[in-house]
Design a protein around this ligand. Structure first.
Ligand SMILES: [Fe+2]
Length: 188
């Protein structure tokens, strides 16, 4: 077990009592559900890992430093969104594609809101609130640029699984089941 893998597993275990944003599931349940959806859909392990860890910036970092998980008055003026904070936490340890998918999971929502009206209509109230904190619906020019990225499909897949990972009481694999995957892909 690498030191970083161990620290991440501990941070995830500690997230179990915390609610996921304004949703009815915990941070840990949300992460496990998202990882499960990716694995059950046949995603490769890198994408599974990105799904499992996509919200690491919400629970592995002091939330008074994160701009879209606290009230604006409490966050430091220079605070960044949880997607950026999480990506930077993982960057020295995780594959580039995992880090990119984590960094882009807010932009993937902004992109889907710009390109699929029915996607915006289905967003939960909490997710609509954070959309504004994350920059709102993506501009047409930015959406065209985003669409050209080689990992666009991964970012959108993660985002759709993320949105579906709010099911109260859903049975999932355990955190222990994910330990080998985290260990395999994180550098020590
Ligand atoms: Fe999420």
């Amino acid at each position: 077990m690498t030191a970083m893998a161990d620290r991440l597993l501990h941070a995830m275990a500690r997230s179990a009592p915390h609610r996921y944003g304004g949703e009815a599931v915990s941070e840990l349940e949300h992460a496990l559900q998202c990882g499960d959806l990716a694995r059950d859909a046949g995603a490769d392990e890198e994408l599974q890992l990105a799904c499992l860890l996509h919200d690491v910036g919400r629970y592995a970092v002091d939330q008074s430093l994160v701009s879209d998980t606290t009230e604006p008055t409490r966050a430091a003026p220079s605070a960044r969104g949880h997607h950026e904070v999480g990506a930077e936490l993982l960057a020295p340890w995780a594959p580039e594609r995992v880090v990119w998918c984590v960094r882009m999971h807010a932009d993937a929502k902004r992109y889907l809101c710009a390109t699929e009206p029915e996607y915006f209509a289905r967003l939960s109230p909490a997710s609509r609130h954070t959309l504004e904190l994350q920059g709102g619906v993506m501009s047409p020019g930015d959406a065209l640029r985003f669409a050209e990225h080689r990992w666009l499909r991964d970012a959108l897949a993660l985002r759709r699984w993320d949105d579906q990972s709010k099911v109260v009481g859903k049975k999932t694999r355990s955190l222990e089941d994910w330990a080998p995957v985290i260990q395999r892909w994180l550098r020590s």
